[in-house]
Design a protein around this ligand. Structure first.
Ligand code: SF4
Length: 235
């Protein structure tokens, strides 16, 4: 049976209200943007219609889907942005205060013929991660439902890639100017094991990295073996 939207995935849910909503997006032109998150790129058509209605009424100069699977509404002056936000805010839910910048996930085995695991289900669980104290720097997560790795999980702070024997966990990747492919922490993991191990890796990172240090730079100094010794004892 082909899964329907509701039975297949607990999403789409309302848009996330991301932390970057009040950023001056263009310092040169002094224009502002609003960046609602899309919960791993998923949306309900009715939610999107309501946002498009707002975009049209405010004649937002530029709208874009970002590489992080979010919407970007760009090019407003500060008053337009504030008014738009008052209308948009009731449609959004706050981003969890967990230090995770975003979770990208591909369609996975529910919707893609190559998928071997349910990346949307795992991604939804990872969006709920929470920590008692802030992480040292932003953390981006990519979840891929097969080795083709459409979510670029090997260059995310945390990458999770499905294989026939379970999930592979990657830590310390970065796709920026100083790019780095992350290190493999463990393979053949269940959903529960990979979530638990991600929490341990992030706790270790939180306790040992200095503030603002991204996972890639931390791993260059720290090394994968130390991380493994710290987190692999009890999975
Ligand atoms: S990573 Fe694999 S399962 Fe996910 S969208 Fe790409 S091909 Fe499909």
């Amino acid at each position: 049976m082909t899964p329907g939207r509701d039975e297949a995935t607990p999403y789409p849910a309302p848009f996330l209200f991301t932390h970057s909503h009040q950023t001056c997006m263009n310092d040169h032109q002094k224009t502002f943007g609003v960046v609602p998150g899309l919960n791993m790129g998923l949306f309900a058509p009715d939610d999107l219609k309501r946002i498009i209605d707002i975009i049209n009424r405010y004649e937002v100069p530029m709208t874009k889907i970002t590489s992080a699977q979010r919407l970007a509404l760009l090019g407003m002056d500060t008053n337009e942005q504030k008014q738009l936000l008052t209308e948009l805010t009731p449609l959004l839910r706050p981003q969890p205060d967990n230090g995770v910048n975003y979770v990208q996930a591909c369609p996975g085995n529910q919707w893609c013929k190559y998928g071997v695991s349910d990346s949307l289900k795992l991604g939804a669980e990872l969006e709920k991660l929470s920590f008692d104290e802030p992480l040292p720097a932003k953390v981006k997560i990519g979840v891929a439902g097969c080795r083709m790795c459409c979510t670029e999980a090997r260059v995310r702070d945390i990458g999770v890639i499905a294989g026939k024997k379970g999930w592979t966990l990657i830590f310390g990747g970065n796709g920026g100017n100083n790019a780095r492919i992350g290190d493999v922490v463990a393979e053949g993991l269940t959903d529960e094991q990979v979530i638990s191990l991600i929490r341990k890796c992030l706790d270790y990172y939180r306790h040992n990295a200095r503030r603002t240090m991204r996972t890639a730079r931390f791993m260059e100094i720290n090394g994968i073996e130390k991380l493994k010794q710290a987190v692999l004892d009890s999975i």
